[in-house]
Design a protein around this ligand. Structure first.
Ligand code: BGC
Length: 765
């Protein structure tokens, strides 16, 4: 015993000097302890080491693993992204912790946008659930799986409000509405970060893309954004603010220019607004290669200029861009950038590392080597049941003529379409570490549901697209679209023969996942011609036709809506998508999703959104007048409005009752309705509350979502839903950019979509 003690004493004494030098904890996770620690650490760092902290690198062909390890050893890297397994991450952390001079831990990030290994519906689909509990579950599971893989940060949530179905990234966000997006974003942040991003199974979030990326002109990727300060403040900024108020530790800067100034060079955005007004204390990260792009934006003369502008505008960390490391040393030497400016940026990086608990344990998300999973893709690591549950909630029933749905699990079902058996597409874009071979297709889901009861016949019927240029585009980085060896006519014939043998036809049509992605803008949002021809041919068989849509953006579906007996929007629904879709098709789950974005009739109507201004000459469909605001060659209004979605049961909403006809200054009014399930099945729906400020100093939207509640009602059941309304719901940015609530009349509208509402009025005093 005595001997053992003395040995441990010797060991302790021998390790003492090294330990004293070590930065590794325990440290109290408080802002005060962090500031003291980081201040002290910065004093120990060379200029090059500080600049190294500002560098965020992706492992890939440009940066092979070996080269990265060398850079880490020399303190030239602050963080890594796009590496997603514990063994790979461990090697890099070992390099930093064993061979770099100061042994500052790296952090590891990835685009965990709608799941890590278990893939959930794309964010647009999550928004369609209007279910914050479900979204919180997605956040928790995504963070759990990401942290379990060794990651510390995610590039999510993406809260770019958009009114642009042409924009491919509409799939990554939560739709067109500010309030809904804010709720979704906030929920993602709190669920992913948990109590603290330092916890074993939490990750830090990085809300993106700051700011207003979703408003790119014409929906063309990376294009310009130009908008009034009122619209920016009122409609586009609140979701970022909500995510930051919820504690998001990171902000990713948008690639676009806003009112002429690229976001990466926008000190008003990144300093005045973010730091001074919003008091943001975390880290700002440029988007991929954005610093370089300042030259092409035409605001920087050369690389040095770009670097100086970015750092002085408030970009702390540079993503996949060697410009900071290359040019900052010279800029500091020449005095164009001060060492204080480098310190400020490095401090933010070190602060978030501290908040992630990395100075307490650089391996906290890795554990000992012996604990690495033997099979990283192991089935046992997936959360299938939760994925199925959330996916069912995200599905929106758009049409159901004569109760075509739910289908019976008997007879013969023809399952047709290029997306019916695609494991890759159903996961959607940004599917993180999800593995296509683990996802359930619609074909598999329907077979699972009907096993031993019905006959399922399958024919592909058409390719996703027969356009060679589009096929090549979709396969540039990932060979994800395969073209059938049969001719389009042969495929069509087979589909028709299959349909004729069946009692009902279910056609799964839409987009390949790569059609709704970054850099996937479309000038046309209809289905590709081959798929349209397929629908025509199936319709001609006279069989009941169910169209299952799989897509990442609103599509223009006027004719298809007329042809289909039932229309089901399933987005890209993830790992368990096929089972979830089958649950809805056969009525094992009663659909309750609601559109988080308007579906236009044609591309020519874009932008079309529910919270528009009234104009001086609004169009009235009941009294059409030539000199009013409309297109003479189209029906006014969207095909499917914001908030819309059917159920297998029916609901009735009562007139709105108010607790008072007046709202005192800074007081509240409660608006209530009763909702009754008037059908034969139990079902959930989403009660939506909209407000309209009838007369104000600037024209206000005809309606704005200010509250929603998802409720479950048994057949015949009635529930009362009450929305408290207070002054915050009445506020807007006036012509002088002051946030005000003006006295006057307000209209409260409550309904189960944005069009069919009951209303009541109150006065704000
Ligand atoms: C995207 C970001 C993403 C980043 C890293 C960029 O191209 O715009 O949203 O987080 O790549 O993958």
């Amino acid at each position: 015993m005595k001997w053992m003690c003395s040995v441990s004493l010797v060991v302790a004494l021998t390790l003492q000097p090294a330990f004293a030098e070590s930065l590794i904890g325990p440290h109290a996770l408080t802002p005060e302890a962090r500031d003291a620690f980081v201040t002290d650490l910065l004093k120990k760092m060379t200029l090059d080491e500080k600049i190294g902290q500002l560098r965020l690198l992706s492992v890939g062909p440009d940066n092979p693993k070996k080269a990265i390890r060398e850079m880490i050893k020399h303190g030239q890297v602050g963080a890594i992204f796009n590496t997603v397994t514990r063994p790979d991450i461990r090697v890099m952390q070992d390099q930093a912790m064993q061979l770099s001079r100061l042994k500052i831990p790296l952090f590891f990030a990835y685009d965990v946008v709608h799941g890590q290994r278990t893939v959930f519906p794309i964010p647009l689909g999550l928004a369609a659930s209007w279910d914050l509990d479900a979204v919180a579950e997605v956040g928790r599971i995504s963070a759990y799986e990401a942290a379990d893989d060794g990651l510390n940060m995610t590039w999510a949530p993406m809260v770019d409000v958009t009114r642009e179905p042409r924009w491919g990234r509409v799939s990554e966000g939560f739709g067109e509405d500010t309030y809904l997006t804010s709720q979704m974003g906030r929920t993602m942040v709190t669920s992913m970060q948990g109590k603290s991003p330092a916890d074993r199974y939490s990750v830090m979030t990085s809300v993106k893309h700051f700011a207003a990326y979703g408003a790119v002109e014409g929906g063309r990727e990376y294009n310009t954004v130009d908008m009034s300060p009122q619209r920016l403040a009122q409609d586009y900024l609140p979701p970022y603010k909500a995510a930051l108020d919820a504690g998001s530790g990171g902000v990713m800067v948008a690639l676009i220019s806003l009112n002429g100034v690229p976001a990466t060079a926008n000190s008003w955005l990144l300093k005045d607004l973010l730091r001074d007004d919003w008091k943001f204390k975390g880290i700002t990260i440029s988007d991929h290669g954005a610093i370089k792009e300042l030259i092409k934006h035409g605001v920087a003369r050369d690389p040095q200029d770009a670097v100086r502008i970015a750092i002085q505008s408030g970009v702390n960390m540079s993503m996949s861009d060697e410009f900071y490391s290359k040019y900052l040393p010279g800029l500091v030497k020449s005095g164009a950038v001060s060492e204080q400016e480098i310190d400020d940026a490095a401090r933010h990086v070190l602060n978030v590392k501290y908040d992630m608990g990395l100075f307490n344990d650089p391996y906290s998300h890795l554990g000992p080597k012996s604990s690495d999973p033997l099979d990283t893709n192991a089935e046992s690591r997936l959360h299938r049941q939760q994925a199925r549950d959330v996916a069912r909630k995200s599905i929106v029933l758009l049409k159901n003529r004569l109760e075509t749905l739910p289908l019976k699990k008997t007879g013969t079902i023809a399952l047709i379409g290029p997306l019916a058996d695609s494991q890759r597409d159903i996961m959607g874009s940004w599917s993180a570490a999800g593995v296509a071979s683990q996802s359930v297709t619609v074909l598999q889901g329907i077979k699972n549901a009907t096993a031993g009861k019905a006959t399922v016949l399958y024919a592909k019927g058409a390719n996703i697209t027969d356009n060679k240029g589009v096929q090549d585009f979709l396969n540039i980085y990932e060979k994800s679209v395969t073209i059938d060896p049969h001719s389009p006519q042969e495929m069509l014939d087979e589909a028709v023969t299959t349909a004729k043998k069946s009692d009902v036809v279910v056609a799964v049509v839409g987009e390949a996942q790569g059609m709704a992605h970054e850099a996937s803008s479309r000038s046309d949002i209809t289905l590709p011609p081959g798929q349209l021809a397929l629908i025509d041919a199936l319709k001609a068989t006279g069989k009941p036709l169910v169209l299952v849509l799989m897509n990442g953006r609103p599509l223009a579906l006027v004719k298809e809506n007329m042809q289909a007996d039932a229309l089901l929007e399933t987005w890209f629904s993830g790992t368990e998508g096929g089972n979830a879709i089958a649950d809805v098709l056969f009525g094992d789950y009663n659909p309750s999703g609601k559109l988080p974005i308007s579906f236009p009739r044609s591309v020519g109507q874009i932008p079309i959104y529910y919270n528009h201004l009234n104009t001086g000459r609004p169009y009235d469909a009941n009294h059409p007048d030539k000199y009013t605001s409309h297109y003479y060659d189209a029906v006014n209004g969207p095909l499917f409005p914001f908030g819309y979605g059917l159920s297998y049961t029916t609901f009735k909403v009562s007139p709105v009752t108010l607790s008072s006809k007046t709202m005192p200054h800074n007081g509240t009014v409660n608006a209530s309705v009763t909702v009754t399930n008037t059908g034969r099945r139990d079902g959930a729906t989403v009660v939506q509350m909209y407000l309209h400020d009838e007369v104000a100093s600037i024209s206000r939207p005809v309606q704005e979502l200010k509250g929603f509640k998802r409720i479950m009602l048994k057949a015949g059941e009635t529930k009362t839903v009450t929305f408290p309304i207070d002054v915050n719901d009445l506020m807007f940015w006036n012509a002088r950019m002051q946030q005000v609530a003006e006295p006057g009349e307000f209209n409260v509208m409550i309904g189960l979509d944005s069009v069919h509402t009951n209303s009541a009025e109150f006065d704000y005093l």
